[in-house]
Design a protein around this ligand. Structure first.
Ligand SMILES: [Zn+2]
Length: 295
């Protein structure tokens, strides 16, 4: 959790930062709040997940960025907040002198698309699902993708491939996964968040669906991969992803049980916080929609 952990009981501050930042995600409030004193840019670190394939993590919230390096340029999956871009590009420059040519946004939230506009000004092409682009347009977010995919697409760059798949609703209605067949690695976006600090977030206002989520993950699980890059959290394995998939079924089972016992909204909320580590953000975005879907 970085330096903060040494000063104030690490997890609670991390969660506070998480909620503070995550509350901004997907809203037009991001820019004004950032100017009024948002958290400083995150400290980044880079790990290798395959041949010419890297993940730029940060200790706090903004999402993981996957980097595909080729002799003909660089492709990124997601681009964090705008205020992280300078550090992000500095990490990329440690790997290669090649320029960034493509960014694939896994979904529309600001912590995955925040640097789009600045990257576009540098000549970078931004790719997303058509649903994600529609959300960005609707929310008047900067940096709309110029290339959209429906169910499947591939970016070919420098003899390497990044395959894009849309398997259905989950975190939002526009989440794609990016599959690197040569390295057997998959970048999941927020369809898979790894760790108790970053529980499943069903963003119903973004078209998300807890009911559809397991089936959507099943689509991804049919691909042949070993390493998994979650939207938030450390690098994971296919077994970790399967475990998460099972938890997306269990959460539905538990809510249905409580509804069958005639338990109310507050009891269901308490259960989700206790058993699935939900916080205010998850509850605010997901509780009513989840109950409605499970009835
Ligand atoms: Zn998200």
């Amino acid at each position: 959790m970085g330096e903060f952990a040494h000063h104030i009981s690490g997890e609670s501050l991390t969660m506070k930062m998480f909620h503070a930042i995550a509350a901004l995600v997907g809203t037009a409030l991001l820019a004004p709040v950032a100017m009024a004193g948002a958290p400083p840019p995150s400290k980044l670190d880079t790990t290798k997940v395959g041949d010419g394939l890297y993940v730029i993590h940060n200790a706090l919230v903004p999402g993981n960025v996957t980097v595909m390096v080729t002799n003909d340029g660089v492709l990124l999956v997601d681009d964090k907040f705008e205020f992280d871009l300078d550090n992000l590009l500095a990490e990329v420059r440690k790997l290669t002198s090649q320029p960034v040519k493509y960014v694939i946004n896994t979904h529309y939230h600001g912590d995955h698309t925040g640097a789009n506009a600045r990257l576009q000004a540098m000549g970078v092409q931004v790719v997303a699902s058509s649903n994600a682009r529609a959300k960005m347009v609707e929310a008047k977010q900067p940096g709309w993708p110029s290339i959209t995919v429906e169910n499947r697409g591939t970016v070919h760059l420098g003899g390497k491939r990044a395959e894009i798949y849309y398997f259905g609703r989950s975190h939002t209605d526009g989440d794609v996964v990016v599959y690197f067949p040569d390295q057997k690695v998959i970048a999941m976006g927020d369809m898979f968040t790894f760790g108790d600090d970053v529980p499943q977030l069903v963003d119903y206002s973004g078209g998300g669906s807890a009911r559809a989520w397991p089936t959507t993950l099943d689509g991804a699980l049919m691909l042949d991969f070993n390493a998994v890059v979650p939207g938030h959290g450390p690098n994971a394995t296919k077994a970790d992803l399967r475990k998460f998939r099972d938890s997306t079924v269990l959460i539905q089972t538990r809510v249905k049980q409580l509804l069958a016992e005639k338990k109310g909204r507050a009891d269901i909320d308490a259960m989700l916080r206790k058993e699935f580590h939900w916080g205010d953000l998850h509850s605010g975005r997901g509780l009513d929609g989840l109950i409605a879907e499970m009835q």
